[in-house]
Write a protein that binds this ligand. Structure first.
Ligand SMILES: *Cc1c(COP(=O)(O)O)cnc(C)c1O
Length: 370
């Protein structure tokens, strides 16, 4: 059994993917080929934003808006400690300070009230200037933008949605990637929409931000390639990856439906055994992960070992909250600073989740859980 079955997906669309890749091999425009433009239009259309800028990874997609906004030393960037390292890493990469805010125990996403309080206290302390907020759409569930939006507006802060896992999720029919001043997503193979290598994209409605990021993506280029207006990156997406994504987008809506059916089935089979993930009214998850909660660490470890013995892969996202990582040692956080994130990380387990998971395998997985 696979945690994420990329082979089953490839077999479904093999001919089309192979043809698309072959087209790139024929036209030889490996970097910024015609597929890039085609993909960006299609992605912006899907998400519902004016602009999409494809790029080399989800990490660069998070980094570039911060660079474009001029976020740097002395700025506080508010985010969740319960996420993949990249979310907070980019804050450090621009020289700013990550300021963590605890999560909601049901959705695992940043707690909007705690965010409000934290911004207030940073302003009162006068040590750092609030610079931006990065909520994460964890495991596919969009963060609570209906409550976060008014907070960032009140303090006039740019909101960067980390939709690396949330791509395909919705709130009231509106798609993830459209909730921030800008949003970043990742096309790493294991994400809901993945390519065959690294890839990412930024979404925005802001034309000025769009043109700055287009420049940053290629070494800060100006009106021509050898005039440079700013310090940038080499953060382009390869044409081959864009070609692969164009084909995968065709089956993406169907894959989201399959993921939803699998999530429904998991919920039904796990009822009463463990806490299954919450999806608030009006929200749809893209089910990047299906993560359950056990009563305590010991129960989780017994179950994890039992699943492994029966050939079922399961993963812990995330075993150590970011404020306790060595990389952020200098921020001087400690155990107990974010009790919800710490508690969840000690009890959570993610089960196999992908559009091609068989019902018989799902039943087997659930039967092993106790
Ligand atoms: C995967 C991921 C990223 C980084 O994306 P890459 O494409 O691997 O650079 C950022 N944030 C979150 C929440 C992610 O899951």
């Amino acid at each position: 059994m696979q945690f994420i079955d990329l082979k089953a997906q490839y077999e479904r669309i093999k001919q089309k993917i192979d043809d698309r890749i072959n087209t790139v091999l024929q036209h030889h425009r490996y970097v910024m080929g015609p597929e890039i433009d085609e993909l960006e239009k299609k992605l912006a259309d899907y998400v519902g934003t004016a602009f999409c800028i494809s790029c080399s990874s989800g990490t660069d997609a998070l980094l570039m808006p911060l660079m474009a906004w001029g976020i740097g030393p002395g700025d506080a960037v508010f985010t969740t400690p319960f996420t993949f390292i990249a979310t907070a890493e980019v804050i450090r990469l621009v020289g700013a300070t990550p300021v963590f805010v605890d999560i909601d125990p049901h959705t695992f996403n940043i707690d909007p009230e705690a965010l409000y309080d934290k911004i207030k206290s940073v302003i009162a302390e006068k040590r750092l200037t609030p610079g931006a907020v990065i909520p994460v759409d964890l495991f596919g569930l969009p963060a609570d933008y209906q409550k976060i939006g008014p907070v960032t507006e009140e303090f006039n802060l740019p909101l960067l949605e980390d939709a690396a896992q949330g791509f395909g999720g919705t709130i009231g029919g509106r798609r993830a990637g459209s909730f921030g001043t800008a949003a970043a997503t990742s096309f790493f193979p294991a994400k809901p929409l993945g390519c065959y290598g690294d890839g990412g994209a930024v979404f925005t409605d802001d034309p000025q931000l769009h043109s700055k990021i287009v420049s940053i993506r290629v070494h800060g280029e100006g009106s021509d390639r050898y005039s440079n207006d700013r310090i940038g990156l080499n953060a382009r997406m390869d044409s081959i990856q864009a070609a692969i994504l164009l084909e995968k987008m065709e089956i993406f809506p169907d894959e989201l439906e399959r993921r939803q059916k699998i999530a429904d089935s998991y919920k039904q089979h796990l009822q009463g055994k463990v806490i299954t993930p919450d999806c608030p009214d009006n929200f749809n998850s893209s089910w990047a992960q299906y993560s359950i909660l056990f009563e305590n660490t010991q129960k989780r470890e017994i179950n994890r070992n039992n699943l492994a013995r029966h050939g079922v892969p399961a993963a812990i996202y995330y075993p150590l909250a970011l404020h306790l990582q060595k990389a952020f040692e200098d921020l001087q956080y400690g155990q107990g600073d974010f009790p919800v994130a710490e508690d969840i990380s000690s009890r959570i387990l993610s089960l196999p989740m992908h559009p091609y998971l068989k019902e018989s395998d799902l039943v087997k997985i659930c039967a092993l859980i106790d």
